[in-house]
Write a protein that binds this ligand. Structure first.
Ligand code: ADP
Length: 229
């Protein structure tokens, strides 16, 4: 199963999204989608949550998402994207997914709480399975143990990170520091104190207080960030 938590939700402005489960995760997804300008229908079986979300989403509806007739009546079949953000109730998550596949939704995302949950969801027809807790746990581990201030890992251990400029690069240009050949990483951007990030060029000189955006294999970035080779 791919780890695709960091993958962008590639919606166009006209796309509508149904978010099933308005807990912490589903609520955050729904709110961000609204900010990005999408029509969002949020569904939860808990009335208090629906009230909380009522004026922040395009629609917030109290309903049981495992009930296909109810979902049909709500017009869920007309939505181009759906995300099942039910975590704790495995049966409800999978049943809701089945209903969405029955309704013919073309782009279904499922939040999975375990590898098994994800595997079954994919078998039933989820187009994307995400593991927010597991992914965030791995990310935070890198932030705690490494010298990274921010970190995103893509497939095959390839990552992009924000780090402090390592001592070995101070006062050298990127060309002089031979970062790519010595460390196997590419510096993408450089940020001086109180300035915005700039794209890195061979002639860019790195200063001790700079922040760097670096891409490359995770292990290489860690070595580079800690000043070891
Ligand atoms: P989180 O950790 O993101 O808060 P939860 O699993 O605790 O996730 O929350 C999931 C939400 O999904 C809850 O608000 C719950 O009421 C809702 N939910 C669970 N089952 C159903 C269902 N069958 N129909 C509609 N909403 C549901």
């Amino acid at each position: 199963l791919g780890r695709i938590f960091t993958e962008q939700f590639a919606f166009s402005a006209s796309d509508s999204v149904v978010v099933i489960g308005l807990g912490r995760f589903g609520g955050a997804v729904a709110q961000s989608l609204v900010r990005l300008g999408h029509d969002v229908m949020g569904i939860d079986r808990k009335e208090d949550l629906v009230q909380v979300w009522g004026d922040r989403l395009t629609h917030a509806v109290q309903a049981d998402s495992t009930n296909e007739n109810v979902m049909l009546q709500l017009g869920v079949a007309d939505f181009s994207h759906a995300i099942v953000a039910i975590g704790s109730d495995l049966a409800a998550s999978l049943m809701s997914l089945m209903v969405l596949t029955e309704l013919g939704i073309k782009d279904i995302w499922v939040k999975a709480m375990s590898p098994e949950h994800g595997q079954i969801a994919q078998r039933i027809g989820a187009h994307h399975v995400i593991f927010p807790e597991a992914d965030m746990g791995m990310r935070v581990a890198h932030l705690i143990t490494g010298r990274m201030m921010d970190f995103i890992e893509f497939e095959d251990g390839f990552a992009i990170a924000k780090i402090h400029a390592p001592a070995g690069t101070h006062d050298l240009t990127l060309a002089e520091a031979h970062v790519r050949s010595r460390f196997g990483v590419t510096i993408v951007g450089v940020k001086r104190a109180n300035e915005d990030f700039q794209h890195a060029l061979p002639a860019t000189r790195i200063r001790a207080a700079d922040l760097l955006i670096v891409s490359g294999p995770t292990r290489k970035i860690e070595e580079f960030a800690s000043g070891h080779r």
